[in-house]
Design a protein around this ligand. Structure first.
Ligand code: CA
Length: 211
């Protein structure tokens, strides 16, 4: 199981991330200060580090610089409210592997994390003896409970999401759930926004774990 170190001093964000990551099968370490982050990054051997830049003791950049200076090559994803190109370039110059700006879509962040882990994973040996248990967790179908708890969908929106996943149009959803077309359309917009996706097809892919 991959361990991820989340370096973030905003507890709301840190705990939200921890919940989402653990839900997806990762182990999570949290650090709220740069000094703590450096200690955990070298002692816990995380597979990936999510790094905030605005930390109370030192700038997140110094954490990255010091890690790379020590030869630690763990993938680092910067998660910051700083949106300037200069900040991003500085991050990449110091050895970051990805950069996501706040506010962020949790789904996009999770997708980027799994892409980074896939890239960082050693290639399977030619003999094909790599134990399957080491494979990155594959997304599975999402339960109604997860739609409500993780994405904040209401019971009604969960029904709408299921119908979108089946390929229903707004008009079909309106008929099936006995609501007006406009209500169906509003629910669809809410579902897409809460799931953080831009298309109906992406809702289906997410629900059935093919995202
Ligand atoms: Ca911060």
């Amino acid at each position: 199981m991959s361990r991820i170190l989340v370096v973030e001093d905003s507890l709301d964000i840190a705990e939200g991330l921890q919940r989402s990551l653990e839900y997806d099968g990762y182990e999570v370490s949290l650090a709220t200060k740069a000094a703590h982050a450096l200690a955990v990054a070298t002692s816990d051997h995380p597979a990936l580090i999510v790094l905030d830049l605005g930390l109370p003791d030192r700038d997140g950049y110094t954490v990255l610089e010091e890690l790379r200076g020590r030869g630690v090559q763990t993938p680092v994803l910067i998660l910051s409210a700083r949106r300037d190109e200069a900040d991003k370039l500085q991050g990449f110059r110091l050895g970051a592997d990805d950069y996501v700006t706040k506010p962020f879509s949790i789904l996009e962040l999770m997708a980027r994390i799994s892409a980074l882990l896939r890239r960082a994973a050693p290639a399977a040996p030619a003999t094909g003896t790599a134990p399957a248990a080491d494979a990155a967790p594959r997304p599975g179908p999402i339960s109604d409970e997860a739609l409500r708890e993780r994405y904040g969908l209401t019971a009604r929106q969960t029904e709408v999401a299921r119908l979108i996943g089946e390929g229903c149009s707004n008009a079909e959803i309106a008929t099936r759930l006995e609501m007006s077309y406009y209500t169906a359309r509003n629910h669809t917009e809410q579902v897409l926004a809460k799931l953080g996706v831009s298309s109906r097809a992406a809702v289906g892919a997410l629900l059935f774990g093919q995202g």
